[in-house]
Ligand binder design. Structure first.
Ligand code: ATP
Ligand code: MG
Length: 450
């Protein structure tokens, strides 16, 4: 990747940086994960301070470290071990990643949005790797720490870097965009996630649009069905993708099966190995991106065929009595919960459908209203809705009044919910599990599968 000596111009205050070149193969903030030949970057977190773990990091293979000046360096660290003293290790991590990004100089793709970032990132990487050496964000490493670490884990010969950019507050995407300087950017959608901190959907849109702050003016791809992004429709380099016929790229003739979806874009028919209209939309962003990077429709289809998705997103498991359990418990927001419920309605192979819905977090004063609103997309094709959490009872209560024929129960804890649910599993049952990360609803899986 680079050498310890490369860091000297960046961080002039150091000790132990020997004349012999020492190469660095990776950078780590977690001392337990430090690998051979790595640079250890201790971060001061809410619960832990990485500076307490330098000795462990060295044991695990660190060959140099950054160090925040206001911390005392433990006396037992050998004087020949290279340490670079900085004012703020978080900022130094970001500076190190900028230095490395400049050195590798790949085409950078930045992806943000309220929902669908990880899916779109996985789709982008699967498609672009057909033609380019592609590196992508691992899992959900999408914030001010994860993004620089993603950059620092990129092989030297990377041609395209696909970077997910996440946020919970205004200003965060701006920082990530200025750091990664994406050539092409994607805004997947504007939902209601983090409305607690951003006040309104307009506030959310503004925060996502910060991705243009570091943009190098390649293409700007976005959800053409979102009213708040309409002003960008006819701007230079903008490509909107949507079901709406005013979009630059119009998606038509969608057919969703249990395991895949088919759709048409610019006269070409594509098949995606995942279900759901929202995923078809995510795929259309990638068609726009792939066109900009000179891939043919055949290349794109070949990339879709080899899609590798990150875990717990519409993950299918065979449940007890040959039922089908869909674990989508990685996270939830009003938009993503509604989109996933709608894709359940499209499932044809099982007709005893059960929704297990938990709380969606960070909705502040809008929480009750936004939970109640989920009920509006549930039709009587669903047999039962079970909720759990502080706010999710709003869903069952609202639904009960419009659809008394649906079995609606709110549970106080996972155990009673699980007991009730286990009795319902037949070969005709499909269960969807969806909630915010903090609800940890995937814990139910153990009881529901053999
Ligand atoms: P996070 O903020 O947790 O990183 P994310 O934006 O990366 O989330 P994904 O993990 O890709 O999003 O998808 C989360 C869920 O959002 C999916 O399981 C699906 O229910 C829903 N979803 C995906 N794409 C869209 C979309 N374009 N519009 C609305 N909902 C979507
Ligand atoms: Mg994500």
């Amino acid at each position: 990747m680079f050498t310890v000596q490369d860091l000297t111009p960046l961080f002039p205050k150091s000790r132990g940086a020997a004349k012999d070149l020492i190469s660095i193969r990776s950078a780590m903030t977690d001392s337990r994960k430090v690998m051979k030949q790595s640079l250890f970057i201790p971060i001061v977190g809410e619960n832990f301070d990485g500076h307490n773990f330098l000795a462990d990091a060295i044991k695990n293979g660190a060959v140099a470290a950054l160090w925040q000046e206001d911390h005392e360096l433990p006396w037992e660290i050998p004087t020949e071990f290279p340490v670079f003293f900085v004012e703020d290790t978080l900022q130094a991590l970001q500076e190190t990643s900028s230095f490395y990004l400049n050195k590798v100089n790949p085409i950078v793709i930045g992806i943000t949005g309220s929902n669908g970032k990880t899916t779109t990132k996985d789709l982008a990487a699967s498609v672009l790797q057909v033609k380019y050496r592609t590196h992508k964000t691992a899992g959900n490493f999408n914030n001010h720490i994860g993004l620089p670490l993603t950059i620092l884990s990129m092989p030297l010969d990377t041609e395209v870097a696909v970077l997910e950019m996440g946020m919970s507050e205004a200003g965060e995407i701006s920082l990530l965009s200025k750091l990664a300087k994406p050539e092409h950017v994607v805004i997947t959608n504007i939902g209601e996630s983090h409305i607690e901190y951003l006040g309104s959907r307009e506030g959310i849109a503004k925060a996502k649009l910060e991705i243009l702050d570091g943009w190098r003016e390649g293409t700007f791809i976005f959800d053409g069905d979102e009213n708040l992004l309409q002003p960008y429709h006819n701007t230079y380099q903008a490509i909107s993708c949507g079901f709406n016929t005013t979009s630059t790229i119009v998606i038509s003739d969608i057919e969703c099966e249990e395991e895949k979806s088919h759709f048409t874009v610019k006269g070409e028919r594509y098949t995606l190995p995942i279900s759901g209209k929202h995923n078809v939309k995510n795929a259309s962003f990638i068609i726009a991106l792939a066109n900009a990077l000179n891939l043919t429709p055949e290349d794109i289809q070949s990339g879709f065929n080899h899609l590798e998705m990150s875990g717990m997103r519409y993950e299918k498991h065979i449940g007890k009595n040959n039922s089908l359990i869909i674990n989508d418990a990685y996270n939830a927001s009003p938009t993503s919960m509604k989109a996933t419920i709608e894709s359940m309605h499209q499932l044809k192979s099982k007709n005893h459908k059960i929704l297990v819905l938990g709380d969606m977090f960070e909705l502040g004063k809008f929480a009750d209203e936004l939970h109640r609103n989920v009920a509006t997309v549930i039709s009587n094709e669903v047999a039962a809705v079970y909720t759990i959490g502080e706010h999710a009872h709003q869903i069952t209560e609202a639904l009960q009044t419009v659809h008394p024929e649906i079995e609606c129960i709110h549970f106080q804890n996972k155990e009673t919910l699980s007991n009730h649910l286990q009795d319902k599993l037949t070969s005709n049952t499909v269960v969807l599990i969806k909630a915010s990360r903090g609800m940890k609803l995937e814990a139910l899986l153990n009881d529901l599968t053999d």
